[in-house]
Design a protein around this ligand. Sequence first.
Ligand SMILES: Nc1ncnc2c1ncn2[C@@H]1O[C@H](COP(=O)(O)OP(=O)(O)OP(=O)(O)O)[C@@H](O)[C@H]1O
Ligand SMILES: [Mg+2]
Length: 104
Amino acid sequence: MKKIEAMIRPEKFDQISNTLIENGHNAITVTEIHGRGEQRGIALQFRGKEVMVNLIPKVKIELVIEDTDVEEVIGLIKEAAHTGMPGDGKIFVYDVERSVSIRE
Ligand SMILES: Nc1ncnc2c1ncn2[C@@H]1O[C@H](COP(=O)(O)OP(=O)(O)OP(=O)(O)O)[C@@H](O)[C@H]1O
Ligand SMILES: [Mg+2]
């Protein structure tokens, strides 16, 4: 199993969530986060002055999936999250040792 961790634009969440469900990947964990990438934040104009905002709101989506689904899920997230502008997000893939259902 692998864990996919995708840091995405908050406004893209619904689209990504829908495409995951449509393709049978229902279980996810979602966290509102703040982060920065290569650009170290963004410069905003505030009362005529340039203000550097170092941490930008993002949404983190985590899902644990079979190894064989990794490329499909990465493709689905990339397609739904893409704008082509800096800050579109980042996807990390981790090995998962074990998954235990508490109900069973
Ligand atoms: N190397 C990293 N380590 C941990 N988190 C990261 C890393 N790179 C990006 N992130 C997370 O992903 C979010 C989105 O990053 P972002 O899309 O700006 O990446 P980028 O590498 O700067 O790409 P781009 O040039 O397209 O902006 C960040 O706000 C941060 O939460
Ligand atoms: Mg960036």
